[in-house]
Design a protein around this ligand. Structure first.
Ligand SMILES: [Zn+2]
Length: 90
């Protein structure tokens, strides 16, 4: 019986990435200019840094992105319409 070797998905994609480079897709839009990406082959995660270049998404970077996202969302909401403050009770 002939045995067909089924390549291990992860190992193959790892080799694939090292030869052809990662194939990143946007996994999260943080701000207008900052996005998080994930490689569809090996699941490696990167993010745009403050210089507009890609860097590895470390837990620290994730935290920074979360803060940036919060700020961005708040600013977007404020743009959409100023939230009226409740009248102050004297
Ligand atoms: Zn990859």
């Amino acid at each position: 019986m002939k045995k067909t070797i089924t390549p291990n998905g992860h190992k193959l994609t790892g080799v694939f990435c090292s030869i052809f480079g990662h194939h990143y897709v946007v996994s999260k839009q943080v701000t207008q200019h900052i996005k998080e990406y994930r490689c569809i082959h090996c699941q490696k995660r990167v993010t745009t840094n403050e210089n507009g270049k890609l860097s590895v998404l470390t837990p620290q970077m994730q935290e920074i992105n979360q803060t940036l996202e919060d700020m961005y969302q708040k600013r977007k909401r404020r743009h959409a319409g100023e939230v009226a403050l409740p009248p102050q009770v004297a």
